[in-house]
Design a protein around this ligand. Structure first.
Ligand SMILES: [Zn+2]
Length: 390
């Protein structure tokens, strides 16, 4: 990465053409249109709300006292076009002060706006030169670099990083749709997608689904697209499919891998009324330990009970059944594994140790058999495995 230190740029120049958008809570542009202060991927301006505004006042006071306000980093995105990588909060504080958005307090404790400051103080602020590093690098270099900085003390998460690296028209449109808490669809999506809209979790999920998990590759390929049609259509298709198959919204649906399940099962037909009955039945079944597995269990035709983590026999039951079976087998001179006892090889009369056996549901759980003493039989491990695989 190529960095150039600029020490000649004044606050006046940086704040030339400063625009603060109240609605979005963002400082938008500066440096006579060359600079994007808060690019799409960055957070809103938060200094005004920190410590009751003391944070933004402190930036101005530091400048007035001649203290350094620290290094600022710009990312050169095109010829004579820059984005603030680090320093957006400080620059926005200065811009807001110069445009009279807030006051500081003078030595007598009186509020003082920029426009009614003495001209030497005004000049002092405007003429102060900032320390600005201008960085130019490849996407991976900037990404690496981003990982090392914190913005307002909160590190960027994976998706925020990707938004930074692949910033462009596609990310802008995608954020407007999936990272916008004002979007009326968010409430519906929340039932299926876990996380925080503002921290890009919904965008992350939408990208993950459409790209089958190859998010960065997808973002790189679509970086300069002027639409997000595919992303939006795919996401809505998945959501419509889930909400069509499962007509009752359950808490456990939130955050499941619906994109993968859509790919795997959307070719099958389901009767939503029947599905609804099955969901209720399984929710009421005390043997189902993993309710989050219920949905895929049903989608897959109710075969794979491992998804449900069905409650197994406890040790006391196993031991009691083992003792009883072994006692009876010894009296009859046969194996204590009832399936071995039916065979014709030497295991026909073998007495297995408890550790060599496993508990088996006589009536399968999926056919209504519970994990109770009455429904338990001990089988040697080989026979139990063979039975389980059927
Ligand atoms: Zn056996």
């Amino acid at each position: 990465m190529n960095t150039t230190l600029r020490t000649d740029i004044t606050i006046k120049e940086i704040c030339e053409g400063f625009v603060y958008n109240e609605l979005e809570g963002k400082g938008l542009f500066g440096w006579s249109g060359r600079l994007v202060i808060q690019p799409e991927y960055q957070r809103n301006y938060i200094y005004s709300s920190m410590d009751g505004g003391k944070k933004e006042m402190a930036v101005v006071e530091s400048v007035l006292k001649g203290y350094p306000i620290g290094l600022i980093y710009f990312n050169k995105v095109a010829e004579d076009k820059y984005e603030v990588l680090d320093g957006q909060q400080r620059i926005t504080s200065l811009g807001r002060f110069i445009t009279d958005k807030f006051a500081i307090f003078d030595e007598h404790g009186n509020p003082q706006y920029f426009h009614n400051m003495s001209s030497d103080k005004k000049q002092k602020i405007l003429d102060t030169k900032l320390l600005i590093y201008i960085c130019e690098g490849t996407e991976s270099e900037i990404k690496e670099w981003f990982k090392t900085i914190n913005i307002a003390g909160v590190p960027l998460n994976e998706q925020e990083l990707l938004n930074a690296v692949y910033s462009g028209p596609f990310v802008t449109l995608a954020r407007a749709e999936f990272s916008n808490s004002q979007n009326a669809n968010v409430n519906k999506w929340k039932a299926y997608v876990r996380g925080n809209v503002n921290r890009q979790d919904f965008l992350r999920t939408a990208l993950d689904w459409v790209s089958r998990g190859n998010v960065s590759e997808y973002m790189s390929r679509h970086r300069y697209d002027d639409n997000i049609d595919e992303l939006k259509t795919y996401f809505n298709t998945v959501i419509d499919w889930v909400s069509g198959v499962f007509i009752d919204v359950k808490e456990e649906m939130c955050g499941l891998e619906w994109g993968r399940m859509y790919e795997e099962y959307h070719g099958n037909s389901y009767n939503p009324q029947e599905v609804s009955k099955e969901v209720s039945r399984l929710y009421a079944d005390p043997y189902v330990r993993n309710r989050r597995g219920i949905f895929e269990y049903i989608l897959g035709g109710m075969q794979d009970t491992t998804l449900l983590d069905v409650r197994v026999f406890d040790d006391a039951i196993k031991k009691t059944v083992y003792e009883r079976q072994t006692q009876e087998a010894k009296e009859k001179g046969i194996s204590n594994c009832p399936l071995c006892a039916l065979g014709s090889d030497s295991n026909k009369i073998k007495i297995w140790d408890l550790s060599e056996m496993d508990a088996d549901h006589v009536t399968a759980w999926s056919k209504g058999g519970g994990s109770t003493m009455e429904n338990c039989q001990m089988l040697c491990k080989t026979h139990n495995r063979a039975k389980g695989n059927r």
